[in-house]
Design a protein around this ligand. Structure first.
Ligand SMILES: [Zn+2]
Length: 104
């Protein structure tokens, strides 16, 4: 799906139609390997060492899903007003594989 870089949209803060920049809402940060409660951290601490069954520390961590069913993800657009620099997310997300912003 292709979208322009800027559109005219109603800004609820300026209470009029203004030029607004389109951007995607980021998916957030991923947890590091040495976070609290992670298996690699407990192994460094020496909790899961030696012989025998160590329960959840005996198993290998599941890296990814075995079968990926969905090929598309839900993307939320964010609109930033160029006059007051305030931004607003779109009410409903779109299920698309890819969003190209400002490409022709
Ligand atoms: Zn505004």
């Amino acid at each position: 799906m292709k979208l322009p870089k800027e559109t005219k949209r109603f800004c609820p803060y300026c209470k009029k139609r203004t030029d607004q920049k389109i951007d995607l809402v980021s998916t957030g940060f991923k947890r590091g390997t040495l976070t609290k409660g992670s298996i690699s951290r407990t192994k460094i601490r020496g909790a899961a060492s030696g012989k025998g069954n160590k329960g959840k520390y005996s198993r290998k961590a599941i890296k990814s899903w075995k079968r990926k069913t969905k090929t598309t993800t839900r993307k939320v657009l964010i609109y930033q007003c160029q006059e007051c620099k305030k931004s607003k997310q779109s009410k409903n997300s779109r299920r698309v594989s890819k969003i190209l912003i400002g490409e022709k």
